[in-house]
Design a protein around this ligand. Structure first.
Ligand code: HPA
Ligand code: ZN
Length: 352
């Protein structure tokens, strides 16, 4: 017999919203800074990592980008990050948000991507964890720079690099999804998938979800929580059937929204939105994929049926080919059978 928290940790997982930079463990961050002679704001890990708002967090995100300078640096972060997530939460497939713009002073676009691909390929060979890569627009840079980023992707296609997304915030600290229309149109014209970070925290507008759907033509949404605060936007999102890649622990860190049955993510799930769980920025939010499921689902009051639904939704929302998805589904269902057989039945009957 296993406990429900163990069941949740052991569930096979597909993670769709994971910023590669933030898989870097603190010891690695310090070592890369030393190796590449980069000054850090502090060498005290707690001082470096603790943030309780998006602006402070983004300062750390910039620092972390800055310590990585070579192809091998990126390959190492990528490989180690897979290993950590297999251990912490039975990761089986993941999509990475990377940022070629932030490294353009040190690495050409193809060198940047090929370093990451090499690290992820090595991890796939050793641990069987599949992957795809999504290039994120740094929203603090200009819309023209975002278009140029997409042009680079088109000039140097890689089978592993399947779409665009976003990170950071706009120069004035907002989301403003409409700024990126040209980049998203170009991406769509060239068959790239599209996702956007919208409606994440209280200052963000619920309507950003509608703008992302209508004007950016997104295939998926990251965060999207504030949609719950506007019934029309929520109804629009539900009707669209769009997958939302949610990150429970980051909402607790950045917005003080502890997992509970009235958490916005719980509402999205109850409304029938296809939701998956991810870490967002694992190390910087002091989380891991297992904890997202354990704290998230138990806090929101969901039992094993919803847990399995979330686990499979990560495959549905993924941007890999259908044959890979079919293989993943079969593997997940087999593991679900084993875990269901092991789960203490007292818990199974406590389903919400
Ligand atoms: N990570 C990186 N960039 C971001 C995030 C995040 O969680 N939220 C808004 N911009
Ligand atoms: Zn994110």
């Amino acid at each position: 017999m296993i406990s429900y928290p163990d069941y949740l940790r052991l569930l096979p997982k597909a993670e769709l919203h994971c910023h590669l930079i933030a898989m870097m463990r603190p010891d690695m961050l310090l070592a890369f800074a030393d190796r590449n002679d980069v000054a850090l704001p502090s060498r005290d890990i707690d001082a470096l990592i603790d943030s309780d708002n998006l602006q402070d967090f983004l300062a750390l995100f910039v620092t972390a980008n800055d310590v990585l300078r070579t192809q091998d640096d990126f390959a190492e972060v990528a490989y180690e990050g897979v290993k950590d997530a297999v251990r912490a939460g039975n990761l089986r497939y993941r999509e990475y948000y990377v940022n070629s713009q932030n490294s353009s002073a040190y690495l050409s676009y193809p060198d940047f991507m090929d370093g990451i691909i090499a690290g992820l390929r090595r991890a796939e060979d050793e641990f069987g964890v599949g992957f795809r890569i999504v290039n994120a627009i740094n929203r603090s840079l200009s819309p023209e720079a975002a278009v140029e980023m997409v042009r680079e992707m088109i000039r140097h296609p890689r089978a592993e690099v399947v779409g665009i997304g976003q990170d950071h915030l706009t120069a004035d600290g907002g989301e403003d999804p409409a700024l990126w229309v040209d980049a998203y149109r170009l991406a769509a014209e060239h068959g790239l998938k599209r996702t956007a970070h919208v409606a994440e925290t209280m200052p963000a507008e619920p309507d950003s979800v509608r703008v992302a759907l209508d004007h950016l033509g997104v295939d998926r949404i990251d965060h999207g929580y504030r949609a719950v605060d506007d019934p029309d936007v929520l109804a629009y999102l539900v009707a669209s059937g769009t997958h939302v890649a949610c990150t429970p622990i980051s909402t607790q860190v950045l917005s003080g929204w502890a997992p509970s049955p009235d958490h916005r993510i719980a509402t999205l799930i109850r409304e029938g939105v296809p939701v998956s769980f991810s870490t967002d920025d694992a190390v910087f939010f002091r989380t891991d994929l297992g904890r997202e499921y354990v704290d998230g689902l138990i806090g929101m009051g969901f039992g094993p049926e919803v847990a399995k639904q979330i686990s499979l939704a990560g495959i549905d929302g993924a941007w890999c080919d259908e044959a890979t998805k079919a293989r993943l589904r079969a593997d997940f269902r087999a593991q679900h059978l084993v875990l269901d057989a092991l789960l203490d039945t007292e818990v199974s009957s406590g389903e919400h």
